[in-house]
Design a protein around this ligand. Structure first.
Ligand code: NI
Length: 169
């Protein structure tokens, strides 16, 4: 297992729609393990493959950040099949460091996906777990949480990161 570099806002891959996983081969299994390690080390409660520079539909979520094995979800080709209610809460993202903003998300979602053995998984999630799943599935569609803010807020945040990137170059 190895930690992978986390792509930051502005990277092209974060704005691209990721492709479905066609075969759960060793490459996908290694990617999943590396994502878990990278997410736990960050530390973060969720990660999507595009954030580690792989444009495939694979996400990891762990609200316990490595404390409880049963909290770890590794989901291949996840899809939201139902959603209910809405709630507003502050949200952040490992690809958008040090930015926390209120985002509206469904209060409950049902997610259908495959596990690493190719078995169908149905996850019924509420509150923070529902939010994390929605956030990570957004990444697979090239959407960052800042894209769900007002146009003004979004452009301020994007400008800030563009400036920071220019300074580093
Ligand atoms: Ni994120």
């Amino acid at each position: 297992m190895a930690r992978r570099e986390i792509m930051k806002i502005g990277a092209e891959i974060l704005a691209r729609k990721a492709a479905p996983v066609e075969a759960i081969d060793n490459g996908i299994k290694t990617l999943a393990q590396d994502m878990v390690e990278t997410m736990h080390a960050a530390p973060g409660i969720g990660l999507a493959a595009p954030q580690v520079d792989s444009a495939v539909r694979l996400i990891t979520v762990d609200l316990s950040v490595g404390e409880k094995l049963e909290d770890l979800y590794i989901l291949v080709n996840p899809e939201i099949t139902a959603q209910e209610g809405s709630c507003v809460r502050e949200e952040g993202c490992l690809s958008v460091p040090e930015v926390w903003e209120k985002v509206t998300r469904p209060q409950k979602v049902t997610v259908r996906a495959l596990d690493l053995e190719g078995r169908e998984q149905i996850v019924e999630a509420e509150d923070l777990l529902a939010r994390a799943l929605c956030h990570e599935i957004d990444h697979l569609n090239g959407t960052l949480f800042v894209d769900r803010l007002s146009p003004l807020k979004r452009s301020l945040i994007r400008k800030k990161f563009k400036k920071a990137a220019a300074k580093k170059a």
